[in-house]
Design a protein around this ligand. Structure first.
Ligand code: NAD
Length: 439
């Protein structure tokens, strides 16, 4: 999708006079290499050898020292999980700075640390927490489509580290920048890189258009059988999406009392089970707080939040979501940073984040993970309705200096849905190009 700003700044005249060009992001397509090599893997923590080994297994050259002056690297993975004292943070600078100078366009910096929540020593906690500030700041300095993200690992979380590092290195995370992901010691075994969702049944609400339609496409591409859900009024568009992904359509309003049980019934009778639920349906009804009427407040709360709570009750009941299943919610940076005119929407999306935190703990013993994505500015019909000037500001105010695509949100959701992401739960990953809002 090309917006007006991009059309103008990419015009031959603009190029000639030297207007900076937003970098074309390297987005994942099946069959493309994980990332461009070589990848510098350094830092001496407990995960570095494993990372170098599996990168090699995927055909990406891992090197422990930088190539000759002038040669580029595709990514740098710095394992600082063993850093225990602030003095150890020097490693980040000494190893990282020359590597960042040698990064290719769309390069990646991934730092691995130890989750401070699992530590007690004050100096150690201090050191590991400091990584967050460094990585988020680095994300704001990188240019040319490059990103910086942090993986914080518990104990020997080798599978979780692999899944998260792979995601951050790959084109699946093209619009994910400055994020921190915690991984626990859950194991997941080998995953088919091309079709990680083979044999899974996934339900996507609000799938007739926009982000939801793209989530349906990406989950189907990754092997899932998709049930596409939307309101009856969007029936034609819904059928088109369901046919395109060779799934089935289910017309329902997510606010209806029986929405959860109808989803379970449809998935189990038509497809034999339910493994992944993506709560994507959402609406905005903006108005300044002082003028906010009943209808705007209640409709947004019902669609974006209360329906999700109700549907989860049925979905998590007897005969519903399989053990080891996945629930993924779509929040928003408005639920983190707040947004003028959106007290209703901001409340509903912040509520979703609370839901994810609490529910993930309740269902952990069934191996079910519950996570959310928080999109920033994504090019959809929803954002196309924003007035021009506000839209242009929203689109540019992030480290990647452009709006994201629905596919970027869908790729993060598909990663949460993967068996390999069993170690990631209770999380909110922002898909916002490191938006300045809520930073
Ligand atoms: P959209 O308006 O293009 O699509 C939303 C879909 O949800 C529509 O097909 C609509 O018919 C469906 N829907 C609405 N109410 C429903 C109901 N009661 N029952 C069933 N389906 C219903 O919106 P989008 O931009 O694709 O947004 C998708 C999600 O992403 C929403 O939750 C939204 O809040 C969130 N989000 C979007 C952005 C963005 O920049 N576009 C940013 C942050 C968060």
């Amino acid at each position: 999708m090309t917006d007006l700003f991009t059309t103008i700044v990419s015009s031959p005249v603009a190029r000639k006079v030297g207007v900076p060009q937003p970098t074309r992001l390297r987005r994942y397509e099946p069959g493309m290499p994980l990332c461009e090599g070589p990848v510098l893997v350094a830092g001496g923590g407990r995960f570095a050898d494993g990372v170098a080994a599996w990168l090699g297994g995927e055909g990406v050259a891992a090197v422990s020292t930088l190539p000759d002056e002038g040669d580029k690297v595709g990514a740098v993975v710095l394992d600082l999980s063993a850093a225990t004292d602030p003095a150890d943070l020097d490693q980040l600078r000494l190893l990282g700075a020359p590597a960042v100078k040698a990064l290719r366009r769309n390069g990646r910096v991934v730092v691995i640390g130890t989750d401070p929540a699992t530590l007690t020593d004050v100096a150690e906690v201090t050191t590991q927490r400091a990584l967050e500030g460094a990585v988020r700041s680095l994300g704001k300095e990188l240019r040319g489509g490059a990103t910086a993200n942090l993986v914080l690992a518990q104990g020997q979380a080798h599978d979780g580290v692999r899944s998260a590092v792979e995601f951050f290195l790959s084109g699946r995370s093209a619009y994910v920048d400055g994020q921190v992901v915690r991984v626990d010691e859950s194991t997941s075994g080998d995953v088919d890189a091309l079709r990680p969702l083979d044999g899974k049944v996934a339900v996507v609400t609000g799938a007739a258009r926009g982000i939801g339609a793209e989530i349906a496409r990406v989950l189907a591409r990754d092997g899932a059988t998709v049930v596409a859900v939307d309101v009856p009024a969007a029936g034609d568009a819904l059928a088109t999406v369901a046919n395109e992904v060779r799934g089935t359509a289910l017309q329902l309003d997510v606010t209806s009392d029986d929405a959860g049980s109808r989803i379970v019934e449809h998935a189990t009778t038509r497809h034999g089970g339910l493994d992944v639920v993506v709560h994507n349906a959402g609406i905005t009804r903006d108005k300044l707080f002082v003028n906010m009427d009943d209808d705007r407040w209640h409709s947004v709360m019902e669609v974006n939040l209360r329906s999700v709570l109700r549907m989860n009750d049925a979905i998590l009941g007897e005969g519903g979501l399989a053990d080891g299943g996945r629930i993924v919610c779509v929040a928003s940076i408005a639920g983190i940073a707040g947004n003028r005119g959106q007290t209703n929407y901001g409340a509903s999306k912040a509520g979703v984040i609370g839901l994810v935190t609490a529910l993930s703990r309740q269902v952990a013993d069934r191996g079910i993970t519950v996570n959310a994505v928080a999109p920033g500015f994504i090019e959809t019909e929803m954002t196309a309705r924003i007035p021009f000037a506000t839209r242009e500001i929203g689109r540019r105010m992030n480290s990647l200096q452009q709006g994201g695509h629905p596919k970027d949100v869908a790729e993060t959701i598909a990663w949460f849905a993967q068996p390999g992401a069993a170690a990631v739960t209770g999380h909110v990953v922002r898909v916002c190009g490191q938006s300045l809002l809520g930073a």
